[in-house]
Design a protein around this ligand. Structure first.
Ligand code: ADP
Ligand code: MG
Length: 281
């Protein structure tokens, strides 16, 4: 998998904490936490020194139980939230020479609008439920500087077709759609500016199994067609197994294991991963 070329995204020691920390927990090596929580001061260590590379055209799975820090990681990468510390470099941004977290708000907006697309577990966070679906897509294109209405309409309908929303419904608001359709509109919106990176946070969680399978199938096809790099978050190892080339396993804000998905499934090293894999059988 693209190992010979530079990674599309390289994340180095990303940390996110909620709370100031205290003498008991400030030192990462010696901190004693209750899962991710410091009993002494109430600080939550949601992501602790997370490092990984995302390669061109790969799907990197992030799996872990609820509260392990997966969404926090995604929010930090999409600038929904500020990191406490750490670095991330994008190959398509200043040729990977600049830590994106240290950039100005304006540059962060550029990165978010041109180089990334995100799909939220909760569609309310990713869509304006009362706007038309095609208007939702146009919004991201406008944010990236597009002004040509006809071109945006053409691109919007092409994308909706791609995610199998019938064109006669493109003016309908997402609030009128089923959960699966709302996720499809989010995917279309995320793809609108042809980003090299797609961030998918529990895209299929809560959907009926058959709908879930359809959306996963769509993601797989889009990834192959577009050769896009995807960070795929799920608490469900079954979803990860279906799509991810490589996987990292998170527990209490830390990456406890990462490697080829097949290898992790066959020979899990960490006790938590072993438990996850066994519950899948
Ligand atoms: P996941 O997506 O893996 O379920 P999250 O990233 O949503 O996990 O949450 C990781 C941890 O961070 C949880 O313990 C959660 O309670 C905590 N957390 C998330 N947001 C905040 C916040 N704004 N303030 C305090 N703690 C938070
Ligand atoms: Mg989450």
């Amino acid at each position: 998998m693209g190992e010979l070329t530079a990674p599309i995204m390289s994340v180095n020691q990303l940390s996110k904490q909620f709370g100031p920390g205290c003498d008991q927990c400030r030192n990462a090596e010696h901190r004693k936490l209750e899962k991710n929580y410091c009993r002494a001061c109430g600080t939550v260590y949601s992501c602790q020194n997370i490092s990984f590379d995302l390669h061109r055209g790969e799907i990197l799975g992030v799996v872990g139980e609820s509260g392990s820090g997966k969404s926090t990681l995604m929010r930090c990468l999409y600038f929904d939230q500020e990191v406490t510390s750490g670095e991330a470099y994008l190959q398509q941004y200043k040729e990977g020479s600049s830590n994106m977290f240290a950039e100005s708000p304006q540059q962060k907006r550029y990165i978010r609008n041109h180089l990334m697309g995100k799909v939220y577990q909760n569609p309310v966070l990713g869509l304006r439920m009362g706007f038309s679906s095609i208007g939702n897509i146009a919004e991201k294109m406008i944010a990236a500087g597009n002004r040509n209405v006809a071109a945006m309409e053409a691109r919007g309908s092409e994308l909706l077709e791609r995610v199998h929303i019938p064109l006669y419904r493109m003016k309908d608001a997402p609030k009128l759609f089923s959960g699966g359709m709302q996720q499809r509109v989010q995917i279309a919106k995320a793809l609108s500016n042809n980003p090299p990176i797609l961030l998918l946070d529990e895209v299929t969680t809560g959907l009926d199994l058959s709908v879930q399978a359809n959306v996963l199938d769509l993601i797989k096809h889009l990834q192959r067609e577009l050769n896009i790099s995807i960070l795929l978050v799920s608490h469900d190892l079954g979803v990860i197994r279906m799509l991810a080339d490589r996987t990292m396993v998170m527990l209490d804000g830390q990456v406890v294991e990462q490697g080829l998905t097949d290898q992790i499934l066959e020979d899990p090293q960490h006790a938590y991963t072993q438990q996850l894999v066994h519950s899948l059988l």
